[in-house]
Write a protein that binds this ligand. Structure first.
Ligand code: NAD
Ligand code: AHE
Ligand code: ZN
Length: 369
């Protein structure tokens, strides 16, 4: 079939809007009509060429929601008409990782996913007879996409797809990092570095966890207003100080924070986020994604003296079993998604959505097919 798509032909160039060919689902696969997708900073990162797993030409996009059109042989958990959120972190329930109870990092399709392929090692997308790579197992920048059954969360048909698409990454990642990775306790002091969708979702999670103080940090002061609306209590622009940002936060908090979250992808800030944690118990969670070849460093003494460095992917959330609950929470008004959506556009304007993200003018732009 033909599908409207925005394809990444090469690194560092805008996406190309065109019509591509999409093959039907094979065994264990599902054809999804994407109704809405957003642009996450990770799409921009991969398009920039900094992602060691970035492949071109490809169909990017991983924050979407849609409707099942057709299922392949052997698919039992989904049927045409079901509403779904594609998952870049699958949940097979059977692999060593799923059975461990210790992580959401399912291994069932991850190896081929990282090579831009479906689990059988081939692709379902092509342009002029030449294959296009998949991306993160989701490729939501095509109106029709093919996704493994294990990479789809079935959600309520009552929920608006152009809102819950944000649960495909940003909102879930931030809230999950607070709840599952850090396990923030009531009264805790939290520092959030970077106030894009991920940082704002961390703030929302910290409010849900009843944190006592939530320090919002960004070099773009325009981000503070929304951070305040989400529940941040203190606002710090590193550019306003001559001291290092870790020293500023340590001074503000009588020795450091209980939890910090890096939501930028900057390895220098990751160090600051660790070093602003309280001696003896402070934990820093790396959420931001850094480019190929970049490395983090600190004095080992920081860890010897009790600070803990952790990372979080998709907020530690197991998508198939937990996302339906996030959708229910949204429907009950217990979880805010709407305030992350600063822009709505028709799909064809997708390159404008990237421009807004780069300019720091949007949190999330939802693209409607
Ligand atoms: P974004 O671009 O919307 O937000 C980043 C924010 O960081 C911006 O507000 C920017 O002004 C701020 N910033 C930049 N440099 C800064 C600095 N030196 N000090 C303080 N603030 C600074 O991005 P996003 O979509 O919120 O994504 C944030 C990061 O999280 C990206 O690296 C993305 O790839 C990553 N991410 C990771 C996961 C995961 O599962 N681990 C999931 C989603 C996104
Ligand atoms: N291909 C990248 C991996 C980047 C990365 O860490 N991705 C996050 C999700 S970002 C969503 O916006 C993640 O979940 N990682 C775990 C995984 O299995 O990919 C690189 O740097 O190689
Ligand atoms: Zn993302």
């Amino acid at each position: 079939m033909k599908s409207r798509a925005a394809i990444a032909l090469e690194a560092g160039k805008p996406l190309t809007l065109t019509e591509i060919d999409v093959e039907g689902p094979k065994a264990g696969e599902v054809l999804v009509r994407v109704v809405a997708t957003s642009v996450c900073h990770t799409d921009a990162y991969t398009l920039s060429g900094a992602d060691p797993e970035g492949l071109f030409p490809s169909v990017l996009g991983h924050e979407g929601a849609g409707v099942v059109e057709e299922v392949g042989e052997g698919v039992t958990s989904l049927k045409p008409g079901d509403h779904v959120i594609p998952l870049y972190t699958a949940e097979c329930g059977e692999c060593k990782f799923c059975r461990s109870g210790k992580t959401n990092l399912c291994s069932s399709v991850r190896a081929t996913q990282g090579k831009g392929q479906m689990p059988d090692g081939t692709t379902r997308f092509s342009l002029d007879g030449k294959p296009l790579y998949h991306y993160m197992g989701t490729s939501t920048f095509s109106e029709y996409t093919v996704v493994p059954e294990v990479s789809l969360a079935k959600v309520s048909k009552e929920a608006p797809l152009d809102k819950i698409c944000l649960l495909g990454c940003g909102v879930t990642t931030g809230i999950g990092a607070v709840m599952n990775t850090a396990k923030v306790e009531p009264g805790a002091t939290v520092a959030v570095f970077g106030l894009g969708a991920i940082g704002l979702a961390v703030i929302q999670g910290a409010v849900m966890a009843k944190a006592g103080r939530i320090i919002a940090i960004d070099v773009n002061p325009d981000k503070f207003e929304l951070a305040k609306q989400f529940g941040a209590t203190d606002f710090v622009n590193p550019k306003d100080y001559s001291d290092s940002i870790q020293q500023v936060i340590v001074d503000l908090t009588d020795g450091g924070v209980d939890y910090s979250f890096e939501c930028i992808g900057n390895v220098n800030v990751m160090r600051s986020a660790l070093e602003c944690c309280h001696k003896g118990w402070g934990e820093s969670i790396v959420i931001g994604v850094a480019g190929a070849g970049e490395e983090i460093s600190t004095r080992p003494f920081q860890l010897v003296t009790g600070r803990v460095w952790k990372g979080s992917a998709f907020g530690g959330v197991k998508g198939r079993s937990q996302l339906p609950g996030y959708v229910e929470q949204y429907m009950k008004g217990e979880l805010n998604i709407d305030d992350f959506i600063t822009h709505n556009m028709e799909f064809e304007k997708i390159n404008e959505a990237f421009d807004l993200l780069h300019a720091g003018e949007s949190i999330r732009t939802v693209l409607h097919y």
